[in-house]
Design a protein around this ligand. Structure first.
Ligand SMILES: Nc1nc2c(ncn2[C@@H]2O[C@H](COP(=O)(O)OP(=O)(O)OP(=O)(O)O)[C@@H](O)[C@H]2O)c(=O)[nH]1
Ligand SMILES: [Mg+2]
Length: 288
């Protein structure tokens, strides 16, 4: 039996969460076209008779600008510490030099698989050039071109991961898929809708906290607070005559019902908490 930690690193928007979901065959991590979507370490266990892989999706690596960012980068650091294998994800259309600098700065002590992602978007020539660029870097054990979106080459990737995995017994129950709570996933699904529905800075000033999760007859009652920093943001989230918050609720409810496998009643509230992103007590309360 083989078992180990395989942690995904890269710049924001490289496709880390899309990759985690594709490898698991299940949507566990939220995805958006905007940067800095993931804020937590999301662990997911892939178990067969031969191995247990504990994948971790992590926040995109950035220079912290406020305390929430610092917390996010702490989770990246902790994921660097327990990795057995590192998946270094590059959006092939991104700046390769910048990615190279970033990966060098991680000072990896474990084998790194350099994954060129989004190959569905580039020419074969560009693919060859980028392979050549990364091939001899010290952090790079092997370059694997993939498309997380179309699931191209993920079987090859899995074989390479298992080759590098240490021998060992499973860390988690073989029927478990994650150690995160249902409440966490529900709050993430609501947060994802905010990334989808709002432009500009709104998603970055917002977090979501589930405060009620109760099994009733025939349905689950869920209450969640959408936290923002300012009154103006609260009005934007609510929208004219409550139009936007209703939209968030309708969209999120579909995903949550699929996830929990039953009907839910979802109640959303908007709360203003000035500078919550800078406040240790709030950050702790909101799970950061
Ligand atoms: N064309 C294409 N798009 C992709 C691929 N993988 C991911 N994307 C898109 O890239 C965007 C970002 O994907 P995410 O998975 O949220 O990226 P991430 O690295 O987790 O981003 P952060 O959480 O912000 O660090 C989304 O719009 C995805 O649909 C791919 O292989 N091909
Ligand atoms: Mg992500």
């Amino acid at each position: 039996m083989k078992a180990g930690f395989v942690n995904i690193f890269g710049k924001p928007n490289a496709g880390k969460s899309t990759l985690l979901n594709a490898l698991m065959g299940e949507k566990l991590a939220i995805v958006s076209s905007k940067v800095q979507t993931t804020r937590h370490r999301i662990k997911a266990f892939l178990t067969t008779d031969q191995y247990q892989i504990i994948f971790s999706d992590t926040p995109g690596i950035i220079e912290p600008k406020y305390k929430l960012h610092e917390k996010m980068m702490k989770t990246v650091k902790s994921s660097l510490e327990d990795a057995d294998v590192a998946l270094l994800l590059v959006d092939i259309k991104d700046n390769w030099e910048e990615c190279d600098t970033l990966f060098s700065s991680l000072r990896l002590a474990v084998p790194g698989l350099l994954l060129l992602n989004k190959i569905d978007k580039v020419s074969p020539e560009k693919l060859v050039a980028s392979k050549e660029f990364f091939e001899n870097k010290t952090y790079c054990k092997k370059v694997i071109p993939i498309s997380a979106l179309t699931k191209k080459n993920l079987d090859t990737l899995l074989t390479d991961i298992v080759d590098l995995l240490p021998e060992g017994e499973p860390f988690y129950g073989t029927d478990e898929m994650t150690d995160l709570s249902e409440r966490f996933f529900v709050s993430e699904m609501i947060r994802e809708k905010i990334y989808d529905l709002f432009e500009d800075e709104i998603p970055y000033h917002t977090t979501v906290l589930v405060h009620e999760f109760k099994q009733k007859t025939g349905l689950i009652k869920i209450g969640a607070n959408i936290i923002v920093q300012r009154d103006t943001q609260k009005s934007i989230i609510i929208g004219e005559g409550g139009k936007m918050i209703k939209k968030i609720g309708t969209e999120a409810r579909k995903d949550i019902e699929k996830f929990v496998g039953q009907k839910i009643f979802l109640e959303l509230f908007v709360k203003v908490r000035p500078k919550w992103r800078e406040n240790d007590l709030y950050l702790k309360e909101y799970g950061y």
